[in-house]
Design a protein around this ligand. Structure first.
Ligand SMILES: *[C@@H]1O[C@H](CO)[C@@H](O)[C@H](O)[C@H]1NC(C)=O
Ligand SMILES: *[C@@H]1O[C@H](CO)[C@@H](O)[C@H](O)[C@H]1NC(C)=O
Ligand SMILES: *[C@@H]1O[C@H](CO)[C@@H](O)[C@H](O)[C@H]1NC(C)=O
Ligand SMILES: [Cu+2]
Length: 523
């Protein structure tokens, strides 16, 4: 895999992309001069006209002079130019496919009033607010988003130059899809090509991981905020975070948050039936080995490849969540990335920039352990649907997790005050260049535009403290839940990913540690 990645980088370099298509523009995807310049409500000109926005040729960033022929087919290359040649360019504070909305941080009819979302520790929400947040998370599965997604059941369906099939998506469907869309491999029609060239990942494993996921939380927050206002007139809604630093169990696994542990089956642990998220169908899922073979083998398959949708499941393979020492180490790293470091082995301490450490791919052995650092460590602990890019955003833990990841990013920015030029633009993998449009998002936005202080992005956090001091304070205030034995003893069978399974003695050690820390839990 690493070797292939190196080979690819030598052969050529990457691209640009765009992802989800505004439903209002779907009909134009296959037209000759493809235009996505809608007229916003209350206006008479495309993109609103003078003073609001205008219809211009989309300038996709060309990262590589020559694409390898094996990759040219990829519909995400030169995002979003494979879908549209023309799109709206909005004036300063306006935003949207039609410039009908305000950019992040602004509101009002002329988008000239400041608007800042406050992201709070989930355990500082009042019980009523928590109920509302849970209801908002449920409603995002049924509320339609302004986007349509490509059906990717067959590997020949997603290229806009052939015969794309679109379907309008709910907010949650769109969120799960776009994460999958940017992370999947090219949809090669046969196994040989997939093995040879199926290595792209446009939002993980590179310096763009941070910016892509940061923007993802902003888009998510924007959509959830709409629901919060419509349903509860909750105008100050911001995306809550789970501060998992130094946590020894899944504190948010409660029925009034993301769902308590339920029964075990061959796939892992289901959610408690009293949680509204229990039994959720996954929007994108992983095909069986047999289906994968038919789709070209390996990992070259899209969101809809599997016959049946899976159901939300967790598998808790470890309760080793990131520690204060681990966060402090990351915050002390001065460099954002080192050129080519993403092709290096883990625990390469001389080349472990903040971006790669944050994502979880490198670090000192005692912090890296078996399952990586920070971001990856949490995914690899929860596992189940949370394991992998295809399915992780199906689990509502995902949103609180990435709100927390973005909080760490903010702390690192405050400490090191990087400039946009500190973001990568040399020898980075496709889609991760600072000038690339982040794949899957429409309207198009470049990585470098969100490589900035959050004051320019329209959100902030309640506190930058983390770990034990905060937890102790919340405990004193009676705001932290208490674990049950089920929070610790999970399904020790039927793991989808045997390589992550704990050895028996490791499990016993963790159990003893847990019982020592939570003497009441066994009751
Ligand atoms: C679709 O394309 C046609 C023809 O170019 C154009 O007139 C129309 O405005 C486009 N629709 C949108 C929503 O941009
Ligand atoms: C795509 O592939 C499927 C399955 O092989 C086939 O049934 C379908 O006709 C193909 N569609 C196009 C447009 O080639
Ligand atoms: C919504 O809340 C705001 C205050 O945040 C208030 O001014 C407004 O009247 C409320 N609207 C409705 C429909 O209740
Ligand atoms: Cu991700």
């Amino acid at each position: 895999m690493l070797l292939l990645a190196l080979m690819l980088l030598c052969l050529q370099q990457p691209q640009l992309s765009l992802g989800l298509i505004p439903t209002v523009c779907v009909a134009n995807v296959t037209s000759k001069a493809s235009v996505c310049c809608p007229i916003p409500k209350g206006f008479s000109q495309p993109c609103g006209g003078r003073g609001r926005g205008e219809c211009v040729r989309i300038q996709a960033y060309q990262e590589f002079e020559h694409y390898h022929p094996g990759l040219v087919k990829d519909d995400r290359l030169m995002w979003p130019s494979r879908f549209f040649e023309f799109g709206c360019q909005c004036d300063s504070r306006y935003w949207g496919a039609d410039c009908g909305e305000c950019f992040f941080g602004w509101r009002g009819p002329r988008c000239n009033q400041r608007d800042v979302r406050l992201r709070r520790n989930i355990f500082t929400l009042s019980p009523a607010e928590r109920d509302q947040y849970r209801e908002i998370s449920r409603l995002m599965r049924v509320k339609m988003s302004p986007y349509s997604v490509l059906i990717e059941k067959y590997n020949n369906q997603s290229d806009p130059l052939r015969s794309p099939v679109f379907v309008p998506a709910t907010v949650h469907y769109w969120l799960v899809y776009v994460h999958r869309y940017a992370s999947r491999r090219t949809l090669f029609p046969d196994a040989k090509q997939c093995q040879q060239f199926g290595i792209l990942d446009l939002n993980h494993g590179g310096p763009g991981f941070m910016t892509w996921h940061r923007y993802y939380t902003m888009m998510l927050e924007r959509e959830l905020h709409k629901i919060a206002v419509e349903r509860f007139n909750w105008t100050t809604f911001g995306l809550p975070y789970w501060d998992w630093v130094d946590a020894t169990w899944c504190e948010v696994c409660q029925n009034d948050i993301v769902g308590a542990p339920g029964e075990c089956d061959n796939f892992g642990q289901r959610l408690h039936p009293a949680s509204p998220f229990s039994g959720w169908d996954e929007f994108c899922t992983t095909p069986s080995a047999k289906d994968r073979q038919q789709l070209g083998g390996g990992s070259c398959y899209g969101c809809h490849a599997a016959e049946r949708f899976g159901k939300l499941v967790r598998q808790w393979t470890s309760l080793s969540l990131p520690t204060t020492a681990e966060v402090n180490y990351g915050l002390s790293i001065p460099r954002y990335y080192y050129p080519e470091e993403f092709n290096r082995p883990a625990q390469d301490l001389e080349n472990c920039g903040f971006a790669r450490y944050l994502e979880g791919h490198c670090g000192p052995m005692e912090l890296y352990g078996k399952i990586g650092t920070l971001h990856n460590k949490v995914h690899n602990s929860v596992m189940g649907s949370f394991c992998c890019a295809a399915t992780a955003p199906n689990d509502p833990i995902f949103f609180m997790h990435h709100s927390q990841i973005s909080r760490l990013v903010h702390m690192w920015f405050l400490r090191h005050r990087p400039h946009p030029v500190d973001m990568a633009n040399i020898n980075v993998s496709p889609g991760h260049d600072r000038q690339s449009y982040m794949v899957g998002f429409y309207p198009p936005i470049r990585h470098e535009e969100v490589f900035t202080d959050i004051a320019a992005l329209g959100y902030e956090y309640d506190t930058l403290e983390f770990g034990e001091p905060v937890r102790r304070r919340l405990q004193k205030e009676g705001r932290m839940p208490k674990p049950t034995l089920k929070h610790f003893i999970n399904c020790q069978r039927g793991f989808l990913h045997p390589q992550h399974r704990l050895h028996r003695h490791e499990f016993e050690d963790e159990l003893q540690r847990f019982l020592a820390e939570h003497p009441g839990a066994a009751a």
